[in-house]
Design a protein around this ligand. Structure first.
Ligand code: TTP
Ligand code: MG
Length: 387
């Protein structure tokens, strides 16, 4: 029996944050719009296709963007809305797709392997796209192909507001005429290096032998050789089985003092928050668990705007704890859990416009990595021990 035909669909919302802003403010429609930080110090988070025509790109300093496109309308970003729309799209996909991965806030892979026996895979994917657009009013594009790598590149080629099907067997031809920096991981330096070897297009890679490429580029050369042929074996990680990050502590002696319990809670959040950021993830759901001495165990969870920030998590955890804990009852075990995780592909987290915060967390986490996880803690978790 031959193995089933692999089919992977990759969906990505078009200029996602801008599209959400346009829904809330239709006067922005069709205009050059930039979502980002402040005019003098901020960077571009994303921009509309009208602004892209002028060369504006995400991660570009805002100053430069405004020089390229002086008439652009600058929007600071609406906290909360992006998570809401991201969840909405996730729910629609979850209601239809047998197996899918949420790759980032606006990006999904759906595994449709073997489904061609039961339905027309392209029509099914087109229907799903139509449903997302009809319900949410957000523009979204997809690429459909035989693996994740080709599907993602196909989405990129289909944008804005389109779709592209790379039929089985057509992978190499599809890639051949695209520039080599369409492969993720080919940054400016590698791009220049490949140029010096006369490799501009992906098709040029295959003019060299695998051995040649390995000689000049090491293992990366072998990778490129495989990629250029359209080969990629990475799998779709089932979102329904996505992992969570948790931490809990059974106390030597039961604790009934509220302040001590809150300090323990903050400590645990700092641990899971650290892990979250090390894994480069965002979380959308936090839970607190309490076990009493008679072993009665209760927990409470809440959905939150996607975040990686300890401050946000601590605030939410405290609210949950206060709702959950029967005041003055001794506690045997306290725990926290973060779920609804997906990759944080951002340079910074826009939700609070906190590029500064991102830098701060990175600095704290770097120290934790070097000197151990307990080196740096919030003042509140330290205070108690000294006092
Ligand atoms: P992307 O899908 O990478 O970009 P996009 O949706 O804006 O544009 P495209 O049409 O090319 O898909 O990212 C999704 C959202 O994530 C984006 O709207 C803004 C946010 N984002 C950041 O906050 N920081 C970043 O560095 C990037 C790349 C994206
Ligand atoms: Mg997108």
């Amino acid at each position: 029996m031959s193995s089933p035909q692999r089919y992977i669909a990759h969906f990505d919302l078009d200029s996602f944050f801008v599209s959400v802003e346009m829904l809330n403010n239709p006067s922005l429609l069709g205009k050059a719009v930039i979502v980002g930080g402040s005019k003098d110090r901020g960077v571009v988070t994303t921009c509309s296709y009208e602004a892209r025509k002028f060369g504006v790109k995400s991660a570009m300093p805002m100053k430069q963007a405004m020089q390229l496109c002086p008439h652009a309308i600058l929007v600071q970003g609406t906290r909360g809305m992006y998570s809401k729309y991201s969840r909405w799209v996730t729910d629609i996909i979850a209601s239809k797709a047998p197996l899918f991965e949420k790759a980032s806030i606006d990006e999904f892979y759906i595994d449709l392997t073997g489904m061609d026996k039961f339905f027309d895979v392209l029509e099914w994917t087109k229907d799903l796209r139509k449903q997302i657009i009809d319900e949410t009013k957000l523009p979204i594009s997809f690429g459909l192909a035989t693996n994740k790598m080709i599907a993602k590149i196909a989405t990129d080629e289909a944008k804005p507001n389109g779709f592209l099907f790379v039929k089985p067997g057509m992978e190499k031809d599809f890639l051949a005429t695209l520039p080599v920096n369409k492969f993720s991981g080919v940054g400016d330096a590698t791009f220049a290096r490949l140029k010096s070897m006369n490799i501009h297009l992906i098709g040029d890679i295959l003019k060299h032998s695998e051995i040649e490429l390995e000689k000049s580029l090491g293992k990366w050369g072998t990778d490129l050789y495989l990629k250029a042929q359209g080969i990629s074996t990475s799998i779709v990680n089932n979102y329904r089985e996505a992992k969570s990050i948790s931490n809990e502590n059974t106390f030597h002696e039961n604790i009934r003092d509220e302040e001590t319990l809150l300090i323990e809670l903050v400590k645990q959040i700092e641990k899971v928050g650290f892990e979250l950021r090390q894994d480069k993830m965002l979380t959308g759901c936090i839970a607190v668990k309490i076990r009493y001495p008679d072993f009665e165990t209760t927990s409470k969870q809440t959905t939150i705007d996607y975040t990686f920030s300890d401050d946000v998590l601590i605030k939410e955890a405290k609210i949950l704890f206060k709702k959950l804990w029967r005041k003055n009852h001794p506690v045997r075990l306290l725990g926290v859990r973060l779920s609804e995780l997906h990759n944080n592909t951002f340079q910074g987290n826009l939700f609070d416009d906190h590029t500064e915060k991102t830098k701060l967390y990175k600095a704290i986490d770097d120290v934790k990595n070097r000197f151990g996880k307990t080196t740096l803690q919030k003042a509140v978790t330290v205070k108690k021990k000294e006092g």
